[in-house]
Design a protein around this ligand. Structure first.
Ligand code: PGA
Ligand code: ZN
Length: 437
């Protein structure tokens, strides 16, 4: 196997889908192979995420420039990686972690380290003549993930909309990724028509989903169910609903305020509200249903709903193996959202995935609300066999780039392609249909 070494890593400041600066790094290898990677950026970031280094200099991009991170890549990381075998990802990432030396990438910036980590992997896969997902799989089982399409945006991603940040459709009951993508796009367009017919507005939010003016979170569920049925799919059998409440964003001092409904709930009352939604609608997954420090609430949520619904920790875990370990010990959820830029290297991200799977939990590879044309997460979802991916609505090319990449992978795998389907939800004993709480 070719073991080309890193010659140098270059970097530049580019712009993400919100027009904010982000880091692009290019790894150049000794055999002439090279590859670039761009990092995404969140808006509803968790308190425990690795640091995204920004210049803080108000004269450029309102302080959001990333020239310090770019300089860290070229002046600190590149010389340290010279001569290291790019095809040994753990070696590359160990150097990044040691060079940084902080628990949260506070010195170099996770945007600098992740850009380099991904660029090295892509360059090594090019050098070995393998597709990135094959290179990342290391020969292990691979599969096409179930997509979660965020077709209705709220919270921090769409002002004047609902409190729930994301309402997604999940075509887990269809036979292939291509059919799932078609379902997602058809339901998306039907929802647009329903919103226009009802005069509810059909502008889109940061992740391409509609940002409609609804007066209750429950209305979103009814509308999406109608959109699934009107598109000719069976809710609760072929196509399900997933929510990302991003509840840390509407939490204050022990309470949860649903501004669009004008009411404030305790942790227990919010759990009860979720339970009523789950009884009425085919909800297969709820992400960040509670605040990132409300561990007692999470345990209760998992006790009440965990056998029936996937409960995903995003801000709760921030892709951090130490926090995931705590979650497993405490039985705080049954799934983890996987965002490479929350932790800052591919090796640490893979550790988070492996831990999640070892616990028998679900894992969801994820984009950020600020994205780029980089499609690495699509290959990671297949190569690491995460079973699920969420990368926005089937709208706006920074989102479609990932879905289209998955279409291509499924096509190229031909007969060997296997769509995860319901098997991606290992803890849910039966399909929603007919199940009762
Ligand atoms: P973010 O949102 O990228 O703005 O953090 C995505 C999410 O909460 O899952
Ligand atoms: Zn989230």
């Amino acid at each position: 196997m070719a073991k080309a070494a890193v010659e140098k890593v270059t970097a530049r400041e580019v712009l993400d889908s919100r027009g904010n600066p982000t880091v692009e790094a290019t790894a150049h290898l000794s055999d002439g192979a090279s590859a670039w990677a761009m990092v995404p950026s969140g808006a509803s970031t968790g308190r425990y995420e690795a640091l995204e280094l920004r210049d803080g200099d108000g004269s450029r991009y309102g302080g959001k420039g990333v020239l310090k991170a770019v300089a860290n890549v070229e002046q600190v990381i590149s010389p340290a990686l010279k001569g290291v075998a790019a095809g040994v990802q753990e070696a590359v990432d160990r150097i990044l972690v040691e060079l940084d030396g902080t628990p949260n990438k506070a010195k170099l910036g996770a945007n600098a380290t992740l850009a380099v980590s991904m660029a090295a992997a892509k360059a090594a896969s090019a050098s070995q003549g393998k597709p990135l997902h094959v290179y990342m799989s290391g020969g292990g089982p691979a599969g096409l993930p179930v997509p979660m399409f965020n077709i209705l945006n709220g919270g921090r991603h769409a002002h004047n909309s609902i409190d729930i940040q994301e309402v997604m459709v999940v075509p887990a009951g269809l036979p292939s990724f291509a059919e799932a993508l078609r379902c997602g796009a058809e339901v998306y367009h039907t929802l647009g028509r329903l919103l226009r017919e009802r005069g509810l507005g059909s502008n889109v939010g940061d992740e391409g989903g509609y940002a409609a003016t609804l007066s209750a979170n429950l209305d979103a569920l009814a509308l999406i169910c109608a959109a699934i049925e009107d598109s000719g799919y069976r809710p609760g059998d072929e196509c399900f609903i997933a929510l990302d409440a991003a509840a840390s964003e509407f939490y204050d001092d022990g309470n949860y305020t649903l501004a669009c409904e004008g009411r404030t709930l305790s942790s227990d009352e919010l759990i009860d509200l979720y339970r009523s939604w789950v009884q009425e609608y085919p909800i297969i997954s709820i992400e960040d249903g509670l605040h990132e420090d409300d561990w007692a609430g999470w345990r209760e949520l998992n006790r009440v709903l965990g056998a029936r619904v996937q409960l995903v920790g995003d801000d709760l875990y921030t892709t951090n193996p130490r926090r995931i370990q705590t979650g497993v010990q405490e039985a705080a959820s049954n799934a983890v959202l996987i965002k490479p830029n929350q932790i800052g290297t591919l090796t640490e991200t893979l550790e988070a995935v492996s831990m999640t799977k070892a616990a028998g939990w679900g894992s969801v590879m994820s984009h950020r609300s600020g994205e780029t044309e980089d499609t690495t997460i699509a290959d990671l979802a297949v190569g690491w066999n995460t079973g699920q991916i969420k990368t926005g609505a089937p709208c706006r090319s920074e989102r479609l780039a990932k879905y289209n990449r998955l279409l291509k992978i499924e096509d190229e795998l031909g007969d060997e392609a296997s769509y995860a389907g319901m098997a991606a939800f290992p803890h849910i004993c039966s399909r929603m249909k007919g199940a009762s709480l």
